[in-house]
Every structure is written in C-alpha cells, then in structure tokens.
Design a protein around this ligand. Structure first.
Ligand code: GUN
Length: 282
C-alpha cells in the first residue's frame, strides 16, 4: 500500500486565498492587518524564513515590515524596539525570529511582546491559554499540522496520537492541541526508550525532532497519518524531513512530504494569526 500524500502547499495556497478575500473586506473598512518581523543578526536560514514571511504577507494584501537589527544588538535595544511596536496601532502582529544571537535572552524577549500581538503564540499568556483550553494565539507550526489532519477528514477523538519532540515551538503545543481534540497523546523525546515500540502504536504521528530520516517505515503503524515537521539538509544538498519518506510511505495511510508539507502551512497560519489579532484588537 502506498500512502496518500498530503499536499501542504496546496492547502496553504487555499488558506491564503480565503484570507485574501477577508483582508479585502477589511480594506473596505479602511483596515489593513500589519505584521512586523524583527530579525537580529545574519543567520542565513532565518533570512530565508523572514523573506518568505514578508512575501506571503504582501501576497494576501497585508502590510509587512521587516526590522533588521545587527548581530551586536543589545537586549535593551531589542526590548525597546518591541515596546515601540507594542505601542504602534498599525502593527497587529509582532514576531522576533528565533534563534536570537548569544547574549540575548529569548525568554525575556518573548515575554516583552504584547500577548495580543504575539502571532507566534509563544508568550506565557498564550501558552497558558492553550494549556487551559481558552482562546488565544496558537503557535503556527502545530496549528498548521492540526489543520492538515482535519482537512484530510481524519478523526482525532479517541485516536492514539504520538508526538516525537518536546520543543516549545512544536512538540509541546502540538500535544496540547491533539489533547484538545480528544486524542490519547504520548510525547516522545531523545531519552525515550524503544521509540519504535511507541510510534508503532500511533494512529497519528507528528515528528519534530530535527534529525534527518530518523523515523523509518518499520516504526509506523500501517495506515497511520504521519506529519513530518522536520527540515534537514542531506550531504548532497537535498532537503528531507525527520521521516524516511521512501520507507514510510509504503506503510502509512497519509503522509506529508518535505518540502511541500508542513512548511508552507506554518507561514499560512502566521498570516491567519495576524488577521485574527487585527480583527480581535483593531
Ligand atoms: N524559528 C524557527 N521557527 C520559528 C517560529 O515559528 N517562530 C519564530 N519566531 N522563530 C522561529
């Protein structure tokens, strides 16, 4: 059996198209959602991510501002810039691209962003709301993964969901989102014993560990839905996920490719969060 490939690129395009219409409606009332992205330093991967975010914003008719600050920026300077954006009524979403350079404490940075403008969903007010099942801004990558599962028509309630990875950006919020959909959730990580024995029980398997092709077909339950959050570069320069696609697609029922799976969804959900922050808070 060969898995159905979940086309994240196509789903993201349709989300952006829906959003474009809603942004146009807002424009008739003289409102344009605005996203400000702060990039500190010159991490090459971050530069690409930030450029893609900016392009996507403009594509749906939102305002986008990228604030580039040098590697030598102090924590105080960065916090001051965030304060200015917090006070600017034309800015509805603020995102500080991570990682920030050594010497800057990302936890202090995250806490400084107005939770109403925290389109990453990393502020403790928003993570706390997710924990408590209350409305708030939800981190973009796990939100995008959940959207892919739902749009595929996969029932989540009562299913065994296994999340591999326990990061604040993906693993932990993903587990909470699946729990809120009534899955039975297990979180695995680098110290998990016999990872394959756990992942083989998963009806829904979300993998976000940052290790190329670590999850192989023999670790997957036949027919499972496999969501691969990984983005790794192989020695030959090719991009690949945390799942070994060739062996996994022989076993899974559904699988996301890399590239073209979760990646485009992260950006689409960032736009959705920016729109929602704008509508909720003017
Ligand atoms: N770096 C890698 N992923 C992310 C993300 O989702 N948000 C931010 N701000 N930085 C990141």
């Amino acid at each position: 059996m060969s898995a159905k490939i979940i086309d994240g690129k196509a789903v993201a395009a349709s989300i952006r198209e829906e959003l474009k219409g809603r942004v146009a409606e807002l424009a008739q009332r003289g409102i344009t959602p605005g996203l400000s992205v702060i990039l500190v330093g010159d991490n090459p991967a971050s530069q690409v991510y930030v450029r893609n975010k900016e392009r996507a914003c403009i594509g749906v008719g939102m305002n986008s501002q990228v604030i580039r600050m040098p590697e030598t920026t102090t924590q105080e300077e960065l916090l001051d810039r965030i304060d200015q954006l917090n006070a600017d009524p034309s800015v509805h979403g603020i995102l500080v691209q991570l990682p920030v350079p050594n010497g800057i404490d990302s936890w202090q940075v995250i806490q400084r962003i107005d939770p109403k403008k925290d389109v990453d969903g990393f502020h403790p007010v928003n993570t706390g709301a997710l924990f408590s099942g209350e409305p708030g801004l939800i981190p973009c990558t796990p939100k995008g993964c959940l959207e892919l599962i739902k749009r595929e028509g996969i029932d989540i309630a009562g299913k065994n969901a296994v999340v591999v990875g326990r990061s604040n950006i993906v693993g932990k919020p993903m587990a909470l989102l699946l729990l809120s959909e009534h899955a039975t959730v297990t979180i695995c990580h680098s110290r998990t014993k016999d990872l394959g024995a756990v992942t083989r029980e998963a009806d829904i398997l979300v993998v976000a560990i940052g290790r190329a092709q670590m999850i192989t077909g023999d670790m997957i339950k036949p027919g499972a839905c496999v969501i691969d959050v990984g983005m790794n570069r192989l020695p030959d320069g090719k991009l690949c996920g945390d799942v070994d696609f060739a062996s996994a697609e022989q076993v899974a029922g559904f699988i996301t490719p890399v590239p073209g799976g979760v990646g485009p969804m992260t950006i689409a959900e960032l736009l959705v969060n920016t729109y929602e922050a704008c509508v909720r808070n003017g």
